[in-house]
Design a protein around this ligand. Structure first.
Ligand SMILES: NC(=O)c1ccc[n+]([C@@H]2O[C@H](COP(=O)([O-])OP(=O)(O)OC[C@H]3O[C@@H](n4cnc5c(N)ncnc54)[C@H](OP(=O)(O)O)[C@@H]3O)[C@@H](O)[C@H]2O)c1
Length: 235
C-alpha cells in the first residue's frame, strides 16, 4: 500500500511511517520544516520518499499529492497526523493563534482529504485515518482552539465516512493518549501531571503502540465512521 503520513518527521507521525515501512508498505514521509529528520526517517524505510508541504495551503497539498501519484500511481492510506497546539486561556487567545491552529489541525486534513479522495474514488478503495484527541471530546482548559479543532476533525471524519462509504473508502479517527513527543513534552510539567491523574493505568501513551494500531486499522475492511479511543482516561 502507498501510505501518506502527514507530519512524519517526528513524534507519532514518525512512529507511524516506520510502522508502515516495517510492514512492507511504500511510505511518504511528509514534513513542513524538519527536512533532515524527515529524510532520516525515509532513509530507514525500504521504499519511501520525504516530501515537504504546509498542510494549511491547498496548492502545497496539490503538489504533494501530484508528486505521489506521479511516483506510485495511487494512494491507499492517508493519515492526517500533522498538528500543533498552543496553550492559553480562551480570553487571552489571539485571533492569529485561532487561525493558525484551525488552519493546521482542521483545514489541513480537509485539504488532504479533498486532494486524495479523487484518486481513492477512482481506485474504489482507501483508508483515511484522522488523528484527533481526548481534548476534542472532553474539552480542556487552556486548549479551547485545539479542542475545537479536534472536535471538528471528528465531525469531518463522520461526514467523510458517510460520503465515501459507497466508494469503499474507510474514514476513521484515532485518539492517542498523552504521548511524550515534542508536543507532549512542550505542554509542560503541569499538563504531564494532569494527564496521568485521570489515567486508569497511570501511563503515558506509547507512540509505537498507537502507530501499530493505526497500521492495523489501515489493513482492515468494512470498518468506517468510527472513533477509536486509545487514551486510558474514561471518555
Ligand atoms: N502528543 C500528544 O500527547 C497527543 C495527544 C493526542 C493527540 N495528539 C495528536 O497527534 C498528532 C501528532 O502529535 P505529536 O505529538 O507527534 O506532534 P509533534 O511531535 O509536535 O509533531 C508534529 C508534526 O506535525 C508537523 N506539522 C506541524 N505543522 C505543520 C504544517 N502546517 N504543515 C505540515 N506539517 C506540519 C511537524 O512537521 P515539522 O517537523 O517539519 O515541523 C511534525 O512532523 C497531532 O495531530 C496531535 O494533535 C498528540
Amino acid at each position: 500500500m502507498v501510505c501518506l503520513v502527514t507530519g512524519s518527521s517526528r513524534g507519532l507521525g514518525k512512529a507511524t511511517a516506520l510502522a508502515f515501512g516495517r510492514n512492507g508498505h511504500q511510505v511518504v514521509v511528509h514534513y513542513r520544516d524538519n527536512k533532515t529528520e524527515a529524510e532520516a526517517v525515509a532513509s530507514i524505510i525500504n521504499e519511501a520518499i520525504a516530501l515537504k508541504a504546509d498542510v494549511r495551503y491547498p496548492d502545497d497539498i496539490k503538489t504533494l499529492v501530484d508528486t505521489v501519484i506521479k511516483k506510485w500511481g495511487r494512494i491507499d492510506v492517508l493519515v492526517n497526523n500533522a498538528g500543533i497546539t498552543r496553550e492559553s486561556l480562551l480570553v487571552k487567545t489571539s485571533v492569529q493563534d485561532f487561525d493558525e491552529i484551525i488552519n493546521t489541525n482542521l483545514k489541513g486534513p480537509f485539504n488532504l482529504t479533498r486532494a486524495v479522495s479523487r484518486y481513492m474514488m477512482k481506485q474504489k478503495s482507501g483508508h483515511i485515518i484522522n488523528i484527533s484527541s481526548y481534548a476534542g471530546v472532553k474539552g480542556k482548559e487552556g486548549l479551547s482552539v485545539y479542542s475545537a479543532s479536534k472536535a471538528g476533525l471528528i465531525a469531518l471524519t463522520k461526514t467523510a465516512a458517510r460520503e465515501f462509504g459507497r466508494y469503499n473508502i474507510m474514514v476513521n479517527a484515532v485518539l492517542p493518549g498523552y504521548m511524550l513527543t515534542d508536543m507532549g513534552i512542550g505542554s509542560g510539567e503541569k499538563a504531564k501531571e494532569l494527564a496521568l491523574q485521570d489515567n486508569l493505568v497511570k501511563e503515558y501513551s506509547n507512540p509505537d503502540n498507537v502507530a501499530e494500531f493505526i497500521c492495523y486499522l489501515a489493513g482492515t475492511t468494512g470498518i468506517t465512521g468510527q472513533v477509536f479511543n486509545l487514551d486510558s482516561r474514561i471518555l
